[in-house]
Design a protein around this ligand. Structure first.
Ligand SMILES: [Zn+2]
Length: 337
């Protein structure tokens, strides 16, 4: 009898712990209060699916050195973490813990985006991060993978725990709808005058609470760039892991008649513009999907400087800038008029 009771207690404790961990991830992912997240976690049923997470963009990451990886399993685990689903996490995370090559891909693609020496990372992650950086720069991940394969189970568990916290919080998976500005936006690059000017590159941030429209600011004059965004605009450094807080004084102004972006500005306490970051001389229509998304969420992530020239796509340019620790960001509210 004693053993049965002990077994039950053990199960209850383990279930509690799993629920608390799932709730913590769900809290981070959704910005909910912990108690709300815990209640949602406990209310969940089994035999279900979570909103799909697409990790196929990781398929060519250098961290697995050509070994088979299971991105389908990884995507299911990330989805379960975002949903705070205990039963799926309990079932799937042990499978992932046994798959070091897939962990290498999830961990490497994340840690190369974080600034080095982050005290918030567990020691095992701090020690492994430089190997991931090296893998990224040399396009050769064997050292990183070998180190991961040599880790004991506790270290792998700690590393994966941290990796999943970040993935659950979103931000690591960034994808883009399209470049939504009209062609020719890049044509007037000849001017290197003193006023800071940027080209806007609309994108989509796949955040854990849902898609978030983004605008990347590509500097077009020498006065535009990190100093301008930090000094004049007061933006904060952004490591791409968590969506910044909304700044109620930054505005994206959208003109309904032309379905275009007309202005990005900061207002003072009395509502007067004190910084005009971007202003269109003529209406610049944006893609319909992007407009509709801004209309729905009424917020936009502003980030930069993202110099797109020389990169395959804005995502690659943004990630490169983030690796250098040079990206600043804020979240503006959208106003339609
Ligand atoms: Zn589930």
């Amino acid at each position: 009898m004693g053993r049965v009771t002990a077994g039950l207690d053990e199960n209850v404790t383990r279930k509690d712990r799993d629920e608390q961990q799932a709730a913590r991830r769900r809290q981070k992912a959704n910005g909910e209060r912990y108690q709300d997240a815990l209640a949602a976690v406990r209310a969940q049923n089994t035999g279900h699916e979570h909103p799909a997470v697409d990790l196929l963009f990781l398929v060519n990451a250098p961290y697995a050195c050509g070994q088979p990886i299971d991105l389908d399993l990884a995507a299911k685990v990330v989805a379960a973490c975002r949903a705070g689903c205990v039963s799926c996490q309990t079932t799937l995370i042990p499978l992932l813990e046994a798959d070091r090559a897939t962990i290498a891909v999830l961990a490497g693609s994340l840690y190369v985006l974080l600034p080095g020496g982050l005290g918030s990372l567990p020691p095992v992650a701090q020690a492994w991060q430089p190997l991931a950086m090296h893998a990224r720069l040399s396009n050769d991940g064997w050292q990183a993978l070998a180190a991961l394969q040599a880790m004991n189970d506790t270290d792998v568990h700690d590393l994966l725990d941290n990796v999943l916290d970040h993935w659950a919080a979103g931000g690591a998976d960034l994808r883009f709808l399209a470049l939504a500005l009209h062609d020719g936006e890049d044509d007037d690059e000849d001017d290197a005058g003193p006023s800071p000017e940027y080209a806007l590159v609309p994108g989509l941030m796949q955040a854990s609470r849902g898609p978030l429209p983004a605008l990347f600011l590509d500097p077009k004059t020498s006065a535009a760039g990190v100093d301008d965004l930090r000094g004049r605009c007061g933006w904060q450094p952004w490591d791409m892991t968590v969506v910044p807080e909304v700044d109620p004084f930054w505005w994206l102004r959208m003109e309904i008649a032309t379905r275009s972006i007309s202005e990005i500005a900061h207002t003072d306490l009395e509502g007067w513009d004190d910084v005009t970051l971007w202003q269109s001389p003529e209406p610049v229509p944006v893609a319909r999907d992007w407009w509709d998304l801004v209309d729905r969420v009424e917020q936009v992530l502003l980030c930069g400087p993202v110099t797109c020239a020389g990169y395959d796509n804005p995502a690659a340019a943004l990630q490169a800038a983030a690796r250098r620790g040079e990206v600043l960001a804020t979240v503006a509210r959208a106003r339609f008029w």
